[in-house]
Structures are given as C-alpha cells and as structure tokens.
Design a protein around this ligand. Structure first.
Ligand code: URA
Length: 434
C-alpha cells in the first residue's frame, strides 16, 4: 500500500477503506510513515473532510494504537464525561462528586491546560499534595470505593493521538471536525467507560466558534461512540463568556468548594447539575426529572462535598481545603477593578479572559512552563447583571503589580457595559441523543 496514493485519494474525495486508514495510523505511530507524508494527509482531511465511516475507522485505529483500559472490575455502568474545553470550565470537579454521591461511577482521565484553555489536572494539582499520577490499579480501586477518581492521561493510551496532535499543532490542521472527533473519541474509547457524555462548547473561548459547527462535531462524536458500542450523548453549550466566577487553578477549585458547600450558585452550578443529571440518566438511575432532583439533592445535602473530600484524600491531597480554602495556594498581589459607569454587563469575551490569565501565569507558555497556581481572575458580575458606577467588577490575582496591570488592561477591554441588557443566550443550546 503506497501512502502517496492514500494522500491522493483523500485529496480527490475518494473514500479510504478501513485497512487503508489503519495503514496510515499504524505506520505513522511506528515511525514508518514520515511526518511530511502524514502532514499532507492531515491537510487533505482538513480541506476535503472524511465520511462518517472513515471517521469511525480513524477513531478505532487510533484507539487501538496503544493500550485500552479494562473497567469490568467496577461491576457497574461506568460514565465518562468530556468537555471540548473552555474558560473557567471546572464542571468535572463538580459533576464527578455529584454523580458519585448519587451512586454513579466516574473513572475519569483528564488533560492539562492547552493554549488559553485551562486543564482539569492543573486545577486539581493546586490542591496541596494531590496526586494525579495513580497506577491503573489505584485508579480502579478509588473509583470502586468512592465512585469517582480523576487522574492524568498516562501510560500507553492512544500514542497515535499524541503524535498526530503534535503534528496538527505545527501544521495548522487542528480545527478539522473529523480530526477533532477522532482525537477525542479515540481517548474516550481507550478509557473504556460504558457511557460517554460530551459537553461540546461553542463561542469565542472554544474550538468551535458557532453553534452550527458545535452541532456537527457533536453529532459526529455521538455517531462514532454509538458505532463503537457505547451509550453516547452530547450537550452543546455556550462558551462566549467564562463559565462561573473564577478563572485560574486554585481560584477555580475554591469556586468548586464554595459551590459544593452551597455558598454560591451561578451558571456553573446549573450546567454541572444538568450534566450530572444526564450522566445519571445514561447510567440507568431514572428519568431526567428524577435524576435532576437527585443531583440537586446531592449538592444541597452536602453529600457531593463529602465525595469531593473523599476523592481528594484518596489521591493524597489535603481534604481540609473543603473546610478552609485558605489552604489553597494564593498569589501575592490582588487588585480589584471597579465599574467606571453604570449599566448592564452585555458581554465578557472569554478568549480574552483566557489570554489575560495565561499572561498572569495561570497557564503554560513556551517561555513560562511553570504555572502560578494562585493566579487568575474572579468576576463579581456576570453577563446580564446590572452594575452601578464604582461597583466591583473583577479581582485579578498575580505574582506582581506589572503582571496584574497587564491583565487588568486586557480584561477591562474584554468587558462591555451598556445602558440596556443584551438578549440572554441560554447556556444549553441543544442536547444530541442517539
Ligand atoms: N481536544 C482533543 O483532545 N483533541 C482535539 O483535536 C481537540 C481538542
């Protein structure tokens, strides 16, 4: 089989067979197909697309490029959840303990921050001594005992995706719907949960900029999941504004704890409850009305908080953070910005917020690989809120005045205040079921 011919076929919109796709994935993973040939094929996919059958074949070949976990010892339906990434998206940290408190099992492998979007693993590692590098045995044991465990992607899971993602990053081939689908779904399928809930985000702080593109991606991922024998659903959600009040690692963990303690309730709480309810339905715990009630009850009763504490302690972390958030890392400098005029907050550009937090050190850049766990921003007003002149708008946390000043300029430009409120966009745009 000539790789040259396969590139030519995709370029000419001629479908590849399953065997031809496996040849590409295996050859590239084992170093037999050079980067320049794979780059050419990825670019052909970017420009011409792939059929659903080809996307399924690509996903399965990528899944099979490394190890697949065996979750059968959990002896219950397991539920995984994936977010396509956004600003202030800490829903996993809420959803996993809520679902566990309702009797569900959530074995979850998460990633680190990518570009201006934060990563669940970085957030969890802001909890003193929290370990995300557990062995597979520990991962399974903790899930069985507590109902949830969140660790970093490790071992030899989907090596094809690791190599292909690195190449896509260098060759402007990241934003292709079939390639994103295969990348995400191959990892989900290698983890092996019975049910997969996908939170597909659109907006300025997401990979997909429009609800239409998010829907195309969501439908494709649900089809691929189903064809691989999984129960799969997707929720399409708005990421034009940051999710919740906090953006940054320890700051987001603090918001999670305050939410679990019932001290705050905002759009994040509503989305986390909606996601948890869908996961419980998929796990067979009841219909959506009952599962929503169960999720709300787990939050209100404090049972979800206790699951979060148990998960932290089982992963070596200091569970006392649940009672005293001052135990989380803090940045030295804290500056609050006040509204210069009265009116309604009509937009907060989430991509700009992500970039401001990256500048503060809350994410990794090539010249600053270490994260400042305390850095970030906390908003005191959300889109739709009224703000009086002189009311607090947001507080920036960073290690120096200079870094905070730069973030303040960027954030101030990212917030729009007008005389009249804007039309509110619902957080959940659509639910895609099989
Ligand atoms: N997240 C992934 O894991 N892969 C992609 O291609 C895009 C987002």
């Amino acid at each position: 089989m000539q790789t040259y011919d396969l590139i030519q076929k995709t370029r000419r919109l001629e479908p590849l067979s399953e065997g031809e796709i496996r040849h590409l994935v295996q050859g590239f993973t084992h170093g037999e197909i050079p980067d320049y040939m794979m780059s050419a094929w990825l670019m052909a996919v970017c420009c011409q697309g792939l059929s659903v059958e080809e996307t399924v074949a690509l996903t399965l070949a990528m899944r099979d490029s490394g190890d697949c976990l065996d979750l059968s010892s959990i002896h219950a339906k397991t539920i995984d959840k994936h977010s396509t990434g956004g600003i202030g998206d800490k829903t996993t940290l809420l959803v996993a303990p809520i679902v566990a408190a309702c009797g569900g099992f959530v074995p979850k492998m998460s990633g680190r921050g990518l570009g201006f979007t934060g990563g669940t693993i970085d957030k969890l590692e802001s909890i003193p001594n929290f370990r995300t590098d557990l062995s597979v045995e520990q991962f399974l044991d903790n899930t069985k005992k507590i109902g949830c465990c969140v660790i970093a992607q490790s071992g030899n899971l989907t090596p094809a995706d690791k190599k292909m993602y690195a190449l896509r990053n260098l060759t402007a081939t990241v934003d292709s719907i079939p390639l994103i689908c295969a990348s995400i779904m191959s990892k989900k399928l290698a983890l092996g949960a019975d049910c997969i809930l996908l939170d597909v985000k659109y907006g300025s702080g997401a990979f997909m900029k429009t609800p239409e593109d998010a829907e195309t991606l969501a439908k494709l991922m649900v089809q691929v999941g189903q064809q691989a024998g999984k129960s799969c659903r997707a929720i399409i959600t708005d990421m034009n504004a940051p999710l919740g009040a906090a953006v940054g690692n320890a700051l987001e963990v603090e918001e999670v704890i305050l939410t679990l303690r019932g001290e705050i309730r905002n759009a994040l709480t509503d989305l986390a409850t909606a996601l948890a309810a869908q996961m419980l339905v998929m796990a067979g715990k009841g219909d959506i009305v009952l599962c929503r009630k169960m999720a709300e009850q787990a939050l209100e009763s404090g049972e979800a908080l206790e699951k979060f504490r148990a998960m932290i302690e089982a992963q070596g972390g200091d569970g006392n953070v649940c009672d005293d958030t001052d135990l989380l890392p803090k940045s030295e400098v804290k500056r609050t910005v006040f509204a210069s005029r009265r009116g309604f907050v009509t937009s907060i550009q989430s991509e700009e917020v992500g970039l401001a937090c990256l500048g503060l050190g809350a994410g990794r850049t090539s010249d600053r690989p270490d994260i400042d766990m305390g850095a970030g921003v906390v908003f005191h007003r959300f889109v739709g809120d009224f703000v009086g002149q002189g009311d607090p708008l947001f507080t920036v946390h960073g290690i120096s005045d200079a870094l905070c000043e730069a973030a303040i300029s960027r954030l101030s430009a990212a917030i729009e205040i007008k005389d009249a409120p804007a039309v509110q966009i619902p957080m959940i745009h659509k639910i895609i079921e099989a």
